[in-house]
Ligand binder design. Structure first.
Ligand code: ZN
Length: 243
């Protein structure tokens, strides 16, 4: 039976890294996949002074096409940046949730994805996605709410190894994302790793912007078998099951 799955994200490129494999797998299996982003990512990294939000919106559409999305919607909020003093992070939760709930109704969505309460690594817009998704799923009585996350207990050993090369503070990561024990769904996306890679590569401004090596760039440099192993699982915590 074909289901409708709505993936809600904060910024263009979040969909690729966190849920791209799941989206590609669901659409390949005949389900309707809808992508909704809260912001156009206007405060992301940029190598140019062109209108970054416009460029990132275009990149999101290209990524969504790779992942087989049937529909892409922007809620049109401003990217809050890491400070979170303006923009989506400070938007009215009820107003944003009402708009998302209207779309869930219209789509008769069977599943909504949001983020874990920590907002992953704590970006203010990601914490806001958690709040808005929770309320929207409730308002629309969406049968399933899954929170996209990372298995922290799998991430920490990798980061500890990376620290041997370059020192950095592990503290924030010990509290970010979700503990292994809390994860309810581990989605095997190894067969769709090539599509996940193409969807990540579609976000060109985020792979070339700034002066330091970006996470996306580093991941895209991994040889395909390593990429498939490292990014071949996506994790979710099921928060709500109604029906
Ligand atoms: Zn983001």
């Amino acid at each position: 039976m074909s289901r409708t799955c709505v993936f809600f994200h904060a910024h263009p490129d979040d969909e690729a890294l966190l849920t791209g494999g799941t989206m590609a797998r669901l659409s390949a299996e005949g389900h309707r996949v809808v992508l909704v982003v809260a912001t156009s990512g206007g405060r992301g990294l940029s190598a140019t002074t062109d209108d970054l939000a416009t460029a990132r919106s275009r990149e999101l559409r290209a990524s969504a096409a790779v992942l087989g999305c049937a529909r892409v919607e922007f809620l049109g909020y401003q990217d809050s940046g890491l400070t979170g003093d303006t923009g989506f992070a400070r938007a009215d939760v009820t107003e944003a949730a009402d708009r998302l709930a209207a779309l869930l109704h219209e789509e008769r969505a069977d599943l909504l994805t949001g983020y874990d309460p920590a907002g992953g690594y704590g970006h203010p817009d990601h914490v806001q996605v958690h709040r808005v998704a929770s309320l929207a799923a409730e308002l629309a009585s969406t049968p399933r709410l899954w929170e996209a996350t990372v298995d922290r207990d799998r991430l920490l050993p990798v980061l500890r190894a990376a620290r041997l090369v370059r020192r950095f503070d592990l503290g924030p990561f010990e509290r970010s994302y979700s503990a292994s024990a809390d994860i309810t769904h581990r989605v095997d996306v190894r067969r769709y790793a090539h599509l996940k890679r193409r969807s990540m590569a579609a976000h060109a401004t985020q792979t070339t912007g700034g002066t330091t090596t970006r996470t996306l760039t580093a991941l895209l440099r991994l040889p395909p078998p390593v990429f498939r192993y490292a990014l071949g699982t996506e994790w979710y915590v099921e928060r709500a099951r109604r029906r």
